[in-house]
Design a protein around this ligand. Sequence first.
Ligand code: ADP
Length: 471
Amino acid sequence: MKKRLLVKYLIAYILASVSALILVFSLGSQLLYNEITNSTGRRLYSEISRVANDSSMKRIKDETSLRETMHVLQTLADYETARILYITEGGTVLLDTGETSDSTRHAVIHGFDPVALGSGYYSTGNFFGYFEEDQLTVIMPVSNEMQISGYLSIHIQLSSLVSEKESLLRIVLLILGIVVALFLFVLIFISISYQRPLTKIVEGAKEFAGGNLNHTIDIRSDDELGELASTLNFMASELAKTGESQRNFISNVSHDFRSPLTSIKGYAEAILDGTIPHGLQDHYLEIVVNETKRLEKLTSGILTLNDINAKKTSLEMTEFDVNKTIKATAELFEGICTKRRISIDLILAGSELFVTADYGKIQQVLYNLLDNAIKFSSDNSSIGIETSIRRDKAYISVTDHGTGIPSGKLNKIWDRFYKVDSSRGKDTKGTGLGLAIVRDIIDAHGQTINVVSTEGAGSTFEFTVDLAKQD
Ligand code: ADP
C-alpha cells in the first residue's frame, strides 16, 4: 500500500520538478537575457559617455590626433570585448577599433541617422548594415563648443550576450538540479521511514478485522502514526473487553440458571417416580418453590439491568420526599426483621427531604442495599439508614453491623454476578446482580456511591441524589 503512496508522491514530485525546469527554460531564460542586455547597455552607456566627454575627443583635428584617440578607444574596446566607432555626422567612419589596417580610406555608412536608433540607452540590429551580425549598440554624440563634431558608438555582438545568458542559465539549472535531487532524496527517505510503521498499522488493522483482538501494533513513535497505532490498540482492547464481558455474562447466567434447574428437575423426578416418600414430598416441594423463586429473582435482575442500560437516557425524573421512600422501603422488610430481631434505625434530615430523581429506581437502590444489609447482618443486630445534606446534595447511607467485606474484594462487589463467597451460608440465595443494578442506576443519575466496610464489623453504603430545586 505504501509503495503505491510513494509512487504517487514521486509522480507528483517529478511533475512539479519538470514544470519548474520548463519555467526556468522559458521564462527564466527570457528574463535572464533581458537583464544581461539591460545591464550591458547601461554599462556601455556610462563608459562611452565618459569617453565622449573626454577632452581628447574634442581635439580631433587631423590623422595624428585620430591615431592618438584610437589608442584610448582600443583599450576600452579590448576591455569590453566590444567594437568602437567614431563617425562623422555624414556617416564617415573615421575610427573603427575592429579595423586593423592603417589605411586612410574611411568607410561610409549609408543612411546613417542616429535619431533612427530610438531614444533608449541602447538599440539592437546591424547598425545601418555596417555589421553582418546583430549588435547591441550604444551611440553618443561628441560635441565641441556646442557643435556636434561626430558620434562615438560602441557595439557588442548579441550572440556573445546570448552565450553569456546560456552559461548563467547552465549554472542556474545545475543548482536547480542539485536541489531537485536533494529533495528527491529527502522525499524517498521520509517515505521509506513511514513505510515500516504504515505496513505495521495495515497488518494490525487486518488482524483486528480478522478477529484477533489480542494483536498489538508495535509503534512507539510520538508522531501521528504512533498516535494512530495506540488508538487502534486501544480500540481493539476495548472490543476485546466487551467481548470478554459478554462471554462472562453468558457463562454466569448459564451457570446460575443451571444449578436451580438441576435441583428442581431432580426433586420433581424423584417425587414423580416415588423415590421421595409421600410424607416428605411437602418438604421437597418447598425446596422446588424456593429454587423457582431464585430463578424468578435472577430473571428479573437481568431484565432490570438490561432495562437500565437500554434506557440510560430516559429516566423518569420527579421530585419526591426521599425520607418517605426510605420509611416505605424499610416497612417492606418488617416481617424478616421481626423474625430475626433486627432493628432498623432511621436518622433522617428533617421531616421531609425532597430530591429530584427517578422514584422507582431510587426505591430499587434502597431495596437492594437494605436487602443486603439484612442478609449479611447477624440476628439481634441493628441497621441504620441516615439522610443528610452536604454541598447541595442529599446523602443517603445504609449501615449494618454484619459480616463486612474483605478490603481486597471491595472493588469487585459492583461486578455482575459477583459474590464475595458464594458458598457462605447467608449468601446462597443471592444472584450477585443487586449491587450491579445499584451502580448502574446511580451512574444513570450521574451520582456517586461509595462503600466503607470492615470485615467482621459491618459496612456502610452511601450514595448521593440531587436535591429538589426550591421555588
Ligand atoms: P446479591 O444479590 O447476591 O446480594 P449483590 O450484587 O447485591 O449480590 O452483592 C454482591 C456481593 O457483595 C454479595 O454477594 C456480598 O458478598 C457482598 N455484599 C453486598 N452487600 C453487603 C453487605 N451489606 N455486607 C456484606 N457483604 C455485602
